[in-house]
Design a protein around this ligand. Sequence first.
Ligand SMILES: [Zn+2]
Length: 142
Amino acid sequence: MLTINSIKNGIVIDHIKAGNGMKIYNQLKLYEAEYTTALIMNAQSTKAGKKDIIKIENRIDIDLKILGLLDPNVTINVIENEVIKEKIALRLPDTVENVIICKNPRCITSVETYVPHIFHLVNEDKGEYRCKYCDEIHKIET
Ligand SMILES: [Zn+2]
């Protein structure tokens, strides 16, 4: 198995669904980072199957809401002096603003462009969000 040097201080995003790693890497704009980053794809997971892992040699602020929408099953490990200081389990955020765009052409957000797109989580298991204004349902791919 491929071994990647552990990081001293930074963040490891673990348990990314295989194939989602690149999407998250791009979303976090890690390709333009000035610190060391690693995208590990198709790593053997301790559970059945494969996973992607992202290692970041820096304590950056990660937008947990956006990460939760991209892949709610990931775990974030905060590394300090080579040990895991904190584990953050993600879940879908209750409310998101300007992340999901309402596709209903009759929705106020389609007509009035200054109105923020606000969606509330209505079913966490199914990943369903409902538009605050028009009740349009948006399903997150998990
Ligand atoms: Zn709407």
